[in-house]
Write a protein that binds this ligand. Structure first.
Ligand code: ADP
Ligand code: MG
Length: 247
């Protein structure tokens, strides 16, 4: 099956005619994007091209005045981040420093009022999937960067969100941890089968993780296609140069 037929049914995330400016400076320029259910979509492009802005708009972390965001068939343009069925993982982990790993994982579920036994079960399961079991009573300061990022992923995992949003989650890690965690994220996607939208400026990450890559420049998607197609048939010189395709 080609990705286009595999994801032909109802999109998981749709962005419709999105325009975002900061002051007079347009950052996202009438952007349309459909992301399939269960697809691993990588947003790839140089620093400053608008990747985080697009991801934040999908997450509901910035106001969208012009355009629409749809998630799982619902128009969420005006919905709170917590009501969008998304979980976001940032470069900087954003863990609660005074809480243990277990408390970091369970906090959102406690706020949501889930029964204690259900919270415990979900935390145990996420900890097992992310190899966090021996670390549950530690504080974030007692973890390595890779372990902290696992906790950040675990917080999305326990909420059973349909869509994971990652913003350069590996950028703060050294090369060895980066490789390990990249493989784990890929495995996680294969196990969960949910939609993942993953921002990076790293071509290797994009090529190894993505079902499709959307290459961005100046707030515009230049090409969206599976990695091999982007590599073999880049849409323009910018894509070819950025991906490192043979000329
Ligand atoms: P990327 O994630 O691809 O590196 P960003 O989406 O963070 O790019 O930023 C795109 C552009 O928008 C950059 O020129 C950045 O300086 C600008 N920008 C991002 N956020 C803000 C903001 N809150 N206020 C003003 N300018 C911003
Ligand atoms: Mg960014």
């Amino acid at each position: 099956m080609t990705p286009s037929t595999r994801f032909a049914t109802e999109p998981s995330v749709s962005v419709r005619d999105l325009r975002i400016s900061f002051g007079a400076h347009p950052v996202i320029d009438s952007l349309d994007l459909d992301i399939g259910r269960g697809e691993f979509l990588v947003l790839l492009g140089p620093s400053g091209c608008g990747k985080s802005t697009l991801l934040n708009a999908i997450a509901g972390l910035l106001d969208v005045a012009d355009g629409e965001i749809w998630i799982s068939g619902r128009n969420v343009t005006w919905a709170e981040p917590k009501d969008r069925g998304i979980g976001m993982v940032f470069q900087s982990y954003a863990l609660y420093p005074r809480m243990s790993v277990r408390q970091n994982l369970s906090f959102g579920l406690r706020v949501a009022g889930l029964p204690k036994a259900e919270i415990g079960a979900r935390v145990e399961k996420a900890a097992a999937m992310l190899q966090l079991e021996p670390l549950l009573e530690r504080k974030p300061a007692e973890l390595s960067g890779g372990q902290r990022q696992r906790v950040a992923i675990g917080r999305a995992l326990v909420r059973k969100v349909e869509v994971f949003l990652f913003d350069e989650p590996l950028s703060n890690l050294d090369a060895k941890l980066r490789n390990e965690l990249r493989i784990e994220i890929k495995k996680l996607h294969q196990q969960l089968g949910n939609t993942m939208v993953y921002v990076t400026h790293d071509q290797v990450e994009a090529m190894t993780l993505a079902d499709r890559i959307a290459v961005m420049r100046g707030g515009v998607v230049q090409q969206i296609a599976p990695p091999q197609e982007i590599y073999r048939r880049p849409a323009n010189r910018f894509v070819a140069g950025f991906i490192g395709s043979p000329a």
